[in-house]
Structure formats: C-alpha cells, structure tokens
Write a protein that binds this ligand. Structure first.
Ligand SMILES: [Zn+2]
Length: 86
C-alpha cells in the first residue's frame, strides 16, 4: 500500500509538482544539495535521486503526514555547502 502511494506522489512530481507553485525538497545523499524533489537527478552532482525521493515519501506515508511544501524553490547550489568537499 505504501509503495502505491509513494508511486502516486512521484507521479505527481513527474507531472510538475504536487501543487502549483509549491515545492517539495529532497536532499541529495551524495553532495547534500537540497533541491526540488521533482528532480530525478541531483542538479549539482547528477546523483540519481530516485531512492532518496522514494525513501522520503515512504517515511512521510508511514508517519501519516504530508510532505512539507515550500512556496519558494530551494536556495541555489552555490549557496549550499557541498558535502563532497572536505
Ligand atoms: Zn548531489
């Protein structure tokens, strides 16, 4: 059941967002960039975000809460630290 809901949410994202003008954020596990969850791949390092998105929405579903929707896009990559840089 959870999987079906997650797939539905990901389908919504693929169509251009959960709600018009709203953004769900997802964090890249590779470089730490917080970005629009509609991205299939990280905007900075190209990491495949499928698992991160799936995990995020599965967690929300398990907790019975909706993803946090933001009215603005995430800050640009240049304003966020790169976890790969030591
Ligand atoms: Zn990344």
């Amino acid at each position: 059941m959870v999987t079906a809901v997650v797939e539905a949410v990901l389908g919504e994202l693929a169509k251009g967002g959960i709600e018009p003008g709203k953004y769900a954020y997802v964090k890249c596990p590779e470089c730490g960039l917080i970005q629009d969850a509609a991205n299939a791949h990280c905007a900075r390092c190209g990491h495949d975000l499928t698992e991160a998105r799936r995990g995020m929405f599965a967690t929300y579903e398990k907790q019975g809460v909706k993803p946090t929707l933001h009215s603005t896009p995430p800050p640009p990559a240049s304003k966020q630290p790169d976890l790969r840089e030591k």
